[in-house]
Design a binder for this molecule. Structure first.
Ligand code: SAM
Length: 231
């Protein structure tokens, strides 16, 4: 999959995409990430490229101008591209949405800054996605979160033992608790069932644990799951 990330801060991304699983995915060409500087599409006065201006109607802050944003999007957009604007006003990112996005051939991720982008630039956008009900200073972190969570669903990105299938939200509930060596840590033993080697019993125990924590922490997820089952 190809991902073009359009932002004012291409340097922001060095680091998160250069370690561990995402680094491996890039090296094996499963994930081809390109960084585009929106400033390259702004009119220049000498060394200065103007990308933002005061909001019409007054109010605080600056707004990203539509021209450089649209030009930046058009420079990478192809017939099969899916253009996402990372925005607090978008639909909230979920595991299901990540899985859906992982099937696209080409993602274009637009990261806003300041007060956001001029509304007219959104005609180039297919959907707005939010990573949560809070406001970040810019969209770069949100793009990193989206790419990381989405890449886990691209076949081959996770090794067999890391497969996403048993993770939280895949079955509508949390993953089970995990334990490793030592068998006893500061007086706390691992649950007996995990030592007995009975895989059916372990699977049942894990499901029960995942369900219990989901009920305790996020009961609305269980409600959603039962609604889906009865539909
Ligand atoms: N004035 C905007 C509003 O209240 O809806 C917020 C603009 S925010 C300061 C600047 C940029 O950060 C946005 O254009 C967007 O790209 C990004 N951003 C902020 N919060 C976000 C969130 N929760 N999810 C995704 N992107 C976000």
């Amino acid at each position: 999959m190809r991902v073009d990330i359009l932002s004012l801060f291409p340097d922001y991304f060095s680091g998160p995409f250069d370690v561990s699983i995402l680094k491996r995915a890039r090296e094996s060409k499963l994930l081809d990430i390109h960084l585009v500087d929106i400033r390259d599409f702004a009119p220049r006065k000498g060394n200065y490229a103007k990308v933002d201006d005061r909001p019409y109607g007054g109010g605080p802050g600056m707004v990203l101008m539509p021209e450089p944003v649209c030009q930046a999007i058009r420079s990478v957009k192809r017939e099969k591209s899916h253009v996402v604007y990372l925005s607090p006003q978008g639909k909230k990112l979920t595991a299901a949405k990540c899985q859906e996005l992982s099937q696209k051939q080409h993602l274009v991720l637009l990261c806003g800054h300041y007060e956001g982008v001029d509304e007219r630039a959104l005609k180039e956008v297919d959907e707005e996605i939010s990573i949560g009900d809070y406001v970040l200073t810019n969209g770069c972190l949100a793009a990193i979160v989206l790419v990381d969570a989405m890449a886990r669903f691209i076949p081959g990105v996770l090794g067999h033992e890391e497969a996403a299938g048993q993770d939280s939200f895949q079955e509508g509930i949390f993953d089970a608790p995990h334990y490793t060596r030592p068998e006893m840590f500061e007086g706390i033993p691992i649950p007996d069932v995990l030592k007995r080697g009975n895989h059916a019993e372990i699977a049942k125990w894990r499901r029960k644990q995942g369900l219990a924590k989901t009920k305790r922490v996020r009961p609305e997820l269980i409600l959603k799951e039962t609604e889906n089952e009865t539909e």
